[in-house]
Design a binder for this molecule. Structure first.
Ligand SMILES: NC(=O)c1ccc[n+]([C@@H]2O[C@H](COP(=O)([O-])OP(=O)(O)OC[C@H]3O[C@@H](n4cnc5c(N)ncnc54)[C@H](OP(=O)(O)O)[C@@H]3O)[C@@H](O)[C@H]2O)c1
Length: 162
């Protein structure tokens, strides 16, 4: 299974000045639950923002300029190479494309599912999740969480079963 995992706001903002532009307690719970024990693929900037491989999962960083290697981490120079590497090094594990914008844009065609956290805010941002053909997916609403900034976990599953 290849999935995309993202949190975006009402305008599909995902980032601002290299950061996630909101801080909501518990918002990353589903990210942690789904990706633990599996593989995340992320762009070099997103990786550097986190600053280390996330615990209990394997990270493939996509970069043409840097190398990030370790027990829990490898580097690929393209998204396709990252998927190949993940399948080779962690066979049978789910693969979650975890941003940023370019990898999301490319990854939509590869992904069976989009795991989206819809954040009910309108943040200032400079990085966006791309528009995608929503009519090609079945959308399920998994959980809405109330709070100062409410958010909803939704899943888009491709109708063609790719
Ligand atoms: N809300 C969310 O769910 C979420 C998730 C992730 C990130 N974000 C936010 O998004 C922003 C970062 O995203 P971003 O789009 O600016 O950067 P990014 O995708 O994290 O990193 C960009 C870098 O990744 C490498 N890269 C990306 N696509 C590549 C490809 N196809 N082939 C080879 N290398 C590739 C390049 O590294 P080199 O320059 O080293 O070649 C590129 O400069 C931050 O604000 C972050 O907080 C939000």
């Amino acid at each position: 299974m290849i999935g995309i995992i993202v949190a975006y706001d009402k305008n599909r903002v995902i980032g601002s000045k290299g950061r996630i532009p909101w801080k909501i307690k518990g918002e990353q719970r589903r990210f942690r639950e789904l990706t633990t024990g599996n593989v995340v693929i992320m762009g070099r900037r997103t990786y550097e923002e986190i600053g280390r491989p996330l615990p209990n999962r394997f990270t493939v960083v996509v970069s043409r300029t840097g190398r990030f290697e370790g027990e829990d981490c490898a580097t690929a120079s393209s998204l396709g190479e990252a998927v190949e590497l993940a399948e080779k090094l962690r066979p049978g594990k789910n693969i979650y494309i975890s941003g940023g914008a370019g990898l999301y844009r490319e990854g939509i065609a590869l992904a069976d599912r989009l795991y989206v956290t819809e954040v009910e805010t309108e943040a200032e941002g400079d990085t966006f999740f791309p528009a995608f053909p929503e009519q090609d997916y079945i959308k399920t609403v998994d959980e809405r969480v109330e709070g100062e900034i409410p958010f909803t976990y939704v899943t888009y599953t491709r109708k063609d079963g790719k």
